[in-house]
Ligand binder design. Structure first.
Ligand code: ADP
Ligand code: MG
Ligand code: MG
Length: 248
């Protein structure tokens, strides 16, 4: 579904990704772990097509299409969702407006009919309930004054509404308390654990993986995947640390 080969990417003049290979098949959840500064967020941004993250070599295909050839909107319309460590605040625009606009522009790009206000609200209510987010939150301006946990749950509601084929989630677990972590983990499972979907879950800690069981765990270090294993690799990392695990 997502095939990354020999990906090299630079930020400014610095090469951050240095020949990264990774393949995610439909139905799989892959976790990416790695020390600070390894290039995890750079990978997420490069996949999303964020300006300033320049791919200098290698290829990425998504469902067989050249992802790097698409602009960020086309990537989203093709079914790629990116969740970020620091969700943006958008004063003056309500969540409901923002999400309906986002969903309908993606539907339009796919040649599908837009959802009416009523149809959209039905979907939004269902997803908000799943993430235990009060509907009142959806009527407020995007992320303005939301706590860290509310932002993350809001982002998962966004993901549920957009119903992407593939999600790249960058430290969705950062700043979550235990209850929010469980809710977000269960939300990821409910929305994305499907035979026709894939997930790249970027995380520092093993704890999210207690709720979202990865099929594969990769260690990213210095811009490359240096080790791959099963869910047990994350537990080993938590217990022993990166230096220890990468040394063997
Ligand atoms: P991780 O998410 O694994 O902690 P990042 O991908 O954020 O790592 O960063 C990888 C490296 O790229 C770090 O050394 C970081 O300082 C550098 N970097 C990331 N973004 C920028 C930027 N906008 N300008 C300059 N350097 C950057
Ligand atoms: Mg190379
Ligand atoms: Mg990061």
């Amino acid at each position: 579904m997502l095939k990354i080969e020999n990906l090299h990417a630079t930020v400014g003049d610095t090469e951050i990704l240095m020949g990264l290979d990774l393949e995610v098949n439909a139905g799989e959840i892959h976790a990416i772990m790695g020390p600070n500064g390894a290039g995890k967020s750079t990978l997420a941004y490069a996949l999303g097509g964020r300006p300033g993250y320049e791919v200098t070599d290698g290829s990425v295909t998504f469902d067989g299409d050249d992802l790097l050839d698409m602009d960020p909107h086309e990537r989203a319309a093709a079914g790629l969702f990116l969740g970020f460590q620091y969700p943006v605040e958008i004063p003056g625009v309500s969540n409901v407006q923002f999400l309906r606009e986002a969903l309908n522009s993606q539907r339009k790009a796919r040649g599908e009919e837009p959802l009416s206000g009523g149809e959209f609200l039905k979907v939004a209510k269902e997803k908000a309930a799943l993430l235990k987010l009060d509907m009142d939150m959806l009527k407020r301006n995007v992320n303005v004054g939301f706590s860290g946990g509310e932002k993350k749950r809001n982002e998962m509601v966004q993901m549920g509404i957009l119903d992407p084929k593939f999600a790249v989630l960058d430290e969705t677990d950062s700043g979550l308390d235990i209850d929010a972590l469980k809710t977000v983990g269960e939300g990821i499972n409910a929305i994305m654990r499907k035979p026709d979907k894939g997930v790249l879950l970027i995380t520092h800690y093993q704890r999210l993986l207690d709720y979202v069981q990865p099929d594969f765990v990769h260690i990213l270090s210095k811009g490359r995947i240096v080790k791959t294993g099963g869910a047990d690799l994350a537990k080993k990392l938590e217990a022993e640390g990166y230096d220890e695990v990468m040394a063997v």
